[in-house]
Design a protein around this ligand. Sequence first.
Ligand code: TYC
Length: 101
Amino acid sequence: MIDAVTKPKTKVKTKTKRPRLHKVILVNDDYTPREFVVTVLKAEFRMTEDQAHKVMITAHRRGVCVVAVFTKDVAETKATRATDAGRAKGYPLLFTTEPEE
Ligand code: TYC
């Protein structure tokens, strides 16, 4: 056949990149009561008493603790809501976010 159609030699691959996840980080301070930190972790991050206590005590001892990872939007919303819960009670409780490597 003289006019056979030549197939393209390059293949098109569809690559769906997963969005980079962001860490929510709990920051220690000297004023927020331990039990209040635990309550916020349970309410905002759906942790059990045990999980929340471990995260709180790690931040208390080491200065910071990664709470969980989410997509950027969810991480920022949860960090803001959890920080606002402390502010509403007059506590300096702080949650920050940063992208995962
Ligand atoms: N350091 C606080 C206290 O001794 C408790 C605390 C723990 C506060 C973790 C913030 O991220 C925090 N009352």
